[in-house]
Design a protein around this ligand. Structure first.
Ligand code: NDP
Length: 294
């Protein structure tokens, strides 16, 4: 075990924080931990972590402090009472939240003499320490580069720039796609179930459907960036009819139709806006601004 590894504090010992501490200990880092519910540190302490008695002691133990909290509200709950100990600390905040709350958090830490690097992990706890895993980072480049070797013990790092909101932005882009994609699968499972099929019965078809998506993304991304919504390959009018078939299939099966109704409503708005002859990529133009009246 190397004695040269940089010591780290980790605040927040949910499943993600615990996975990070285990990985860092395994790589020979000295790790100080603190968690609101102290008992979550027990196994880590048995494995060599040092439990700080309070957040101030955790902050002052080491220059590099990783936060793995539910959100930025939790960060203020933990750090506000001990904000006098933030000076000179580099806070790597791997708690997820909106880009704007991330920027505010970075300003708040800077106002107390610390530096914040924002991070967004794109893997579950089981992915921590695996070479194929990656995380987004943004914030002061010099500080990031200085601490990159420690962060790379957790995942590969993808630095997006100095604006701390960028890591949160990339993270939220991924999560927005993840939640809607997974909900589409839950909807498919519910429909299959209404017809006597199990999730396993439709898994090959569902997986195949998902696997062709990158081809669609690539094809439409290029056209969208060029402002091209030509209806030469698909027409919104066709897409609207198809979305309605999906909605009616769900309704006929007696299912909750919240999701297909929302999808169909967007197609219908595109039709009302006169895009019937354009590609369904023209719906991007509707999504670029808040729906009137909301
Ligand atoms: P959890 O929400 O399970 O736990 C996070 C920690 O936040 C816990 O230590 C909890 O303390 C603490 N906490 C929450 N609210 C407060 C508060 N008001 N005051 C003090 N401490 C508080 O999250 P995870 O460990 O699962 O994830 C951590 C972060 O990583 C989250 O932002 C999550 O979005 C992100 N992430 C998680 C993934 C996952 O699969 N788990 C995947 C990718 C990102 P206590 O133990 O006392 O409750």
């Amino acid at each position: 075990m190397s004695t040269q590894q940089q010591p780290v504090t980790v605040i927040g010992l949910g499943p993600m924080g615990r996975a990070m501490v285990s990985t860092l200990l395994g790589r020979g880092h000295e790790v100080t931990v603190w968690n609101r519910t102290a008992s979550r540190a027990d196994a880590l302490v048995a494995g060599g972590a040092v439990l700080a008695p309070d957040p101030a002691a955790a902050l002052t133990a080491h220059e590099l402090v990783v936060l793995s909290l539910t959100d930025y509200e939790a960060m203020y709950r933990v750090l506000e009472p001990v904000s006098g100990s933030l000076a000179g600390r580099v806070i790597v905040n791997l708690s997820s939240d909106t880009p704007e709350k991330t920027r505010e958090g970075a300003r708040w830490i800077a106002g107390h003499g610390g530096v914040m690097i924002a991070g967004g992990l794109t893997v579950p706890p089981s992915g921590i320490g695996k070479p194929e895993s990656s995380a987004f980072y943004s914030g002061p480049r010099e500080e990031f580069e200085k601490h990159r070797p420690v962060l790379e013990a957790l995942t590969r790092t993808d630095f997006r720039g100095e604006d701390p909101g960028l890591a949160a932005l990339m993270y939220q882009i991924g999560m927005g796609m993840f939640w809607t994609s997974m909900l589409s699968f839950w909807q498919a499972v519910a429909l299959a179930g209404a017809h006597g099929l199990k999730a396993a019965d439709i898994l090959p078809h569902a997986s195949e459907t998902m696997s062709v998506m990158p081809g669609f993304l690539g094809f439409y991304a290029e056209r969208i960036d060029a402002g091209d919504h030509a209806g030469d390959v698909d027409r919104l009018a066709m897409g609207t009819a198809s979305a309605e078939h999906v909605l009616h299939t769900m309704a006929d099966a007696g299912l909750d139709t919240t999701l297909p109704e929302t999808v169909t409503a967007l197609f219908r708005r595109g039709m009302a806006a006169g895009h019937g002859g354009d590609s369904f990529s023209s719906l991007v133009e509707l999504l670029r601004k808040a729906e009137p009246g909301r």
